[in-house]
Design a protein around this ligand. Structure first.
Ligand code: XLS
Ligand code: CA
Ligand code: CA
Length: 438
């Protein structure tokens, strides 16, 4: 099989002074950080849809990039060419995982039985490509938002027939995920939401979604899927209001429907900011609930109110992300670059520049997060800030054994509080900067 990215070499680490655009400046897979290799801290994944399918089309214009990879688009030959391109791409970058939707890997046929046959064929081919490499599937998912049948939702549709198609796609996507040894299975509720309550039964829709997830868990466990199911929260786009608004909402939903043992969060940076949160906030909320599973590593644009899915270049954000990940003890999933080149970055070389940028950004983030932890001032500050809870009355409060009467008596005995302690935000921000730029 011929090389697709002929002019691109295997990407190597050359160090921070390198000016070679096709080299890592910071991602050094074997470098040990906090006792673990960078490559183990950072299980990166390629997103099939953005990297191998999306070619720059936007609302105002058609493709700018060539993702035909030498084949006729919409054919199985093209599907295979994308597999070839994907594996060459991952091997040249040293990426060990990929993520996919069912419809990313084959052209959808008019009949689901034919689509499923194509999916069997292509996954056989993917398996042959995986052999002899250390490339694995991070997670699979079903695209239940592009086909017109899902215009009113998938799990949240008004049509029982459409609901069955959603079930059929999940069943197949789970089988494929297991076949490819996938570690996770994602539910991103693209059209699970509404535009207006004038035509929507929220209670029925949410219960139907929960039932679909329950059936997915039951079937997945039956066919040997031992990994995590993930919800990927997003507040809007394409719908005005999506049910999985943010991590707190999704976690509440999972707990209300007793799905929390099988599910974790897949947190996407751009979705966090769309929800009016920081990326770090979403990670922290997931982590303290024991549900930080995987990450869609991208970034949005503060001037644009939509999901721009840019490659992450903000080292400060990546540092705070890695700080959360390290403190949570790592991810069961990985870092999926759910990101696309800007429309005018339309060459094969740009595809590599984008991944080099993302991988270097997270490598820097990892090193800086380790530096924050080793420095210790921020952690120490937080510990001290809450030290009053080490007192006798404080311990009663945190252990949940205090009564309101007893606390009121304590307050009355004091008369007034002498010192609540400064939050020292500006000092801590200066500490951050001194670590970031040392
Ligand atoms: C869209 C989502 C989607 C999920 C997978 O905004 O990011 O790509 O990650 O369906
Ligand atoms: Ca995503
Ligand atoms: Ca997105």
């Amino acid at each position: 099989m011929s090389e697709i990215f002929k002019d691109i070499p295997v990407i190597k680490y050359e160090g921070k002074d390198s000016k070679n655009p096709l080299a890592f400046k910071f991602y050094d897979p074997d470098k040990v950080v906090l006792g673990k290799k960078m490559s183990e801290h950072l299980p990166f994944a390629m997103a099939w849809w953005h990297n191998l399918c999306a070619a720059g089309t936007d609302m105002f214009g058609r493709d700018t990039a060539d993702k035909a990879f030498g084949a006729e688009k919409g054919t199985m030959a093209h599907a295979k060419a994308k597999v070839d391109a994907g594996f060459e791409f991952m091997q040249k970058l040293g990426i060990k995982y990929f993520c996919f939707h069912d419809v990313d890997i084959v052209p959808e046929a008019d009949d689901i039985k034919e689509t499923n046959r194509r999916l069997d064929e292509i996954t056989d081919y993917i398996l042959t490509k995986m052999e002899g490499t250390d490339i694995k599937c991070l997670w699979g998912t079903a695209n239940m938002f592009s086909n017109p049948r899902f215009m009113n939702g998938a799990g949240s549709t008004n049509s029982a027939d459409v609901y069955c198609f959603a079930a059929a796609q999940i069943k197949k996507a789970l089988e494929l995920t297991v076949k490819l040894g996938g570690k996770g299975y994602v539910f991103w509720g693209g059209r699970e939401g509404y535009e207006t309550l004038l035509n929507t039964d929220v209670k029925l829709e949410q219960e139907n979604i929960a039932n679909l997830m329950r059936m997915a868990v039951e079937y997945g466990r039956k066919i040997g899927f031992t990994g995590d199911f993930y919800i990927e929260p997003k507040p809007k786009e394409p719908m005005k209001h999506q049910y999985d608004f943010d991590a707190a909402t999704a976690i509440g939903f999972l707990k209300a429907h007793s799905l929390d043992k099988d599910f974790k969060m897949n947190i996407e940076a751009n979705h966090a900011t769309l929800a009016g949160h920081t990326f770090q906030h979403e990670l922290r909320i997931s982590a303290i609930n024991g549900m930080l599973g995987s990450i869609d590593a991208n970034q949005g644009d503060y001037l644009l109110g939509w999901d721009t899915d840019e490659f992450p270049f903000d080292v400060y954000e990546a540092t705070l992300c890695m700080y959360e990940v390290i403190k949570a003890g790592g991810l069961t999933g990985g870092f999926n670059f759910d990101a696309k080149n800007r429309r005018p970055s339309n060459t094969y070389e740009d595809m590599f520049h984008a991944y080099i940028l993302g991988m270097d950004t997270f490598a820097l983030g990892l090193m800086k997060a380790a530096a924050i932890i080793e420095d210790g001032r921020i952690e120490e500050f937080i510990k001290n800030k809450y030290s009053s809870f080490n007192s006798e009355i404080g311990q009663k409060i945190t252990s949940g054994t205090a009564t309101l009467e007893e606390l009121a008596a304590h307050a009355e005995a004091m008369g007034d509080v002498k010192d609540v302690m400064s939050g020292r935000q500006e000092y801590l921000e200066a500490v951050m900067n001194s670590i970031m730029f040392s």
